[in-house]
Design a protein around this ligand. Structure first.
Ligand SMILES: CC(C)(COP(=O)(O)OP(=O)(O)OC[C@H]1O[C@@H](n2cnc3c(N)ncnc32)[C@H](O)[C@@H]1OP(=O)(O)O)[C@@H](O)C(=O)NCCC(=O)NCCS
Length: 139
């Protein structure tokens, strides 16, 4: 990233029953890339969340696309910590994660993700989706 600030930090609100789709996440990052392009001082994107923990993709393979984006397009993830807030969010909507946590087989853990400006813009300009599918609305 060549520095710590300024960066975009994104938050995902509780989805009120809606699953997190690859298409919606892709469109969100595409919009962010457009804003990034107009703001040359911004170094890229930073966020932290429980759903970038590789264990989550093993439990729910439908969420695997979240990490594939970063690993395939120049981003970086790394482990942070377990916090009460992270546990609350990770268990909120999934009875499977709740059960595995209760059985001591899953401990929600926060992971950081970094996506440097050049890598993010290259991804957006290539017009590809996160993984193999083109994004709806891609140029
Ligand atoms: C992040 C989040 C949006 C992901 O939701 P998701 O795409 O539905 O994925 P989840 O793994 O959380 O799935 C939750 C449940 O919905 C089910 N589900 C997901 N998509 C489904 C669909 N299309 N049809 C039926 N059920 C579905 C899953 O099977 C899962 O249930 P289970 O684990 O008991 O089997 C959601 O977990 C959430 O809102 N969390 C709280 C907010 C949060 O964590 N914000 C981020 C803070 S860093």
């Amino acid at each position: 990233m060549k520095g710590f600030a300024p960066v975009f930090e994104v938050q995902l609100p509780k989805q009120m029953g809606r699953p997190l789709s690859e298409e919606a996440v892709c469109q969100s990052y595409r919009l962010l890339a457009a804003v990034l392009k107009r703001n040359p001082e911004v170094k890229g994107l930073y966020a932290s969340s429980w759903y970038h923990d590789p264990a989550v993709a093993v439990i729910n393979p439908r969420l695997r696309f979240l990490n594939e984006l970063f690993l395939q397009n120049g981003g970086l993830i790394h482990r942070l910590d377990t916090t009460p807030h992270c546990i609350e969010d990770a268990l909120l909507k999934s009875t499977t994660r709740q059960r595995l946590y209760a059985e001591g087989k899953y401990l929600p853990t926060s992971y950081a993700r970094y996506w440097a400006r050049n890598a993010m813009l290259a991804w957006a300009e290539a017009g590809a989706g996160f993984t193999t599918q083109p994004c709806v609305g891609a140029p």
